[in-house]
Design a protein around this ligand. Structure first.
Ligand SMILES: [Zn+2]
Length: 265
């Protein structure tokens, strides 16, 4: 270490978040977990910010050869677009994701990854990625003397992972500090019943802090989670999210009214 080393602003012991570190917003949250010289990144964000983020990491005196894993929480372009560039700068790191996220990104699926949303004229590059390993529910990512428990938490997207480390949960796009949840979109593989199951799991986990993929970390508050669970519970029976609903009671009512000859009023 030398006098020019940039001080690490730990969010929690052994955890940095690079927007928080830089005191400005690059994009999605990029968590750096470290143990001695070993470290990993959860998500990377857009390609345009990768060089700057890696330089920031270098200035904090992390050896670039110490990067063990580059982890995609899920296959959304705003979380993973930069991984191809990151792999060039960190060739020793293993790029890992859930098998479903790997499938989306290795096949270059531009719809499921949100790289292409024609109705909103969103069309961004999505460099093809090659994953070194898949990880799934029940696996552990070992890093020095730390262990990250891998949770499969689908709902916002298929193949969305969360990672538990003691009283912390890196919670992806399950829920944010204002109670919003990751976007619900059928083309994206969203599924309301599994989303609710993921939120219930987080709520009852005993985890104290949620470290989301967007916005600041916040407490795993029972009421905040319950409000989201209740809201998504209602969406299951509403037309608002189209084919993501499991049923639409209005159509049953209508059918009964049609059969009975009921007129408006
Ligand atoms: Zn996201």
């Amino acid at each position: 270490m030398n006098g020019l080393m940039l001080a690490r602003r730990e969010l929690f012991p052994n955890v940095l978040e690079l927007n928080f570190q830089a005191r400005r917003r690059f994009g999605c949250c990029v968590y750096l977990v470290f143990s001695g010289p070993d470290w990993l990144l959860l998500d990377i964000g857009y390609e345009e910010s990768v060089d700057e983020l890696i330089e920031l990491i270098r200035q904090m005196d992390f050896p670039l050869a110490g990067c063990r894993y580059l982890v995609a929480t899920h296959a959304d372009a705003d979380h993973v677009q930069g991984f191809a560039r990151a792999k060039e700068l960190l060739p020793g790191a293993a790029l890992v994701a859930h098998p479903e996220a790997k499938k989306i990104l290795e096949s270059g699926d531009r719809i499921a990854s949100f790289a292409e949303i024609p109705a909103q004229k969103i069309s961004i590059d999505l460099p093809r990625l090659n994953f070194d390993r898949t990880i799934n529910e029940g696996d552990t990512l070992a890093l020095g003397n730390l262990k990250l428990e891998v949770w499969d938490t689908p709902g916002h997207a298929v193949g969305q992972l969360s990672f538990r480390m003691g009283h912390l949960l890196f919670s992806g796009d399950n829920i944010f500090r204002d109670g919003c949840v990751g976007s619900i979109d059928a083309h994206h593989g969203s599924d309301l019943p599994s989303f609710i199951a993921s939120l219930k799991r987080i709520q009852s986990s005993g985890v104290e802090w949620l470290l989301p993929s967007h916005g600041p970390a916040f407490r795993n508050d029972r009421k905040l989670l319950q409000a989201a669970i209740d809201r998504l519970g209602r969406y299951q029976h509403m037309a608002d999210f189209g084919t993501c609903a499991v049923d639409w009671p209005l159509l049953d009512e209508w059918e009964a009214e049609l059969a009975s000859g009921k007129a408006p009023g």
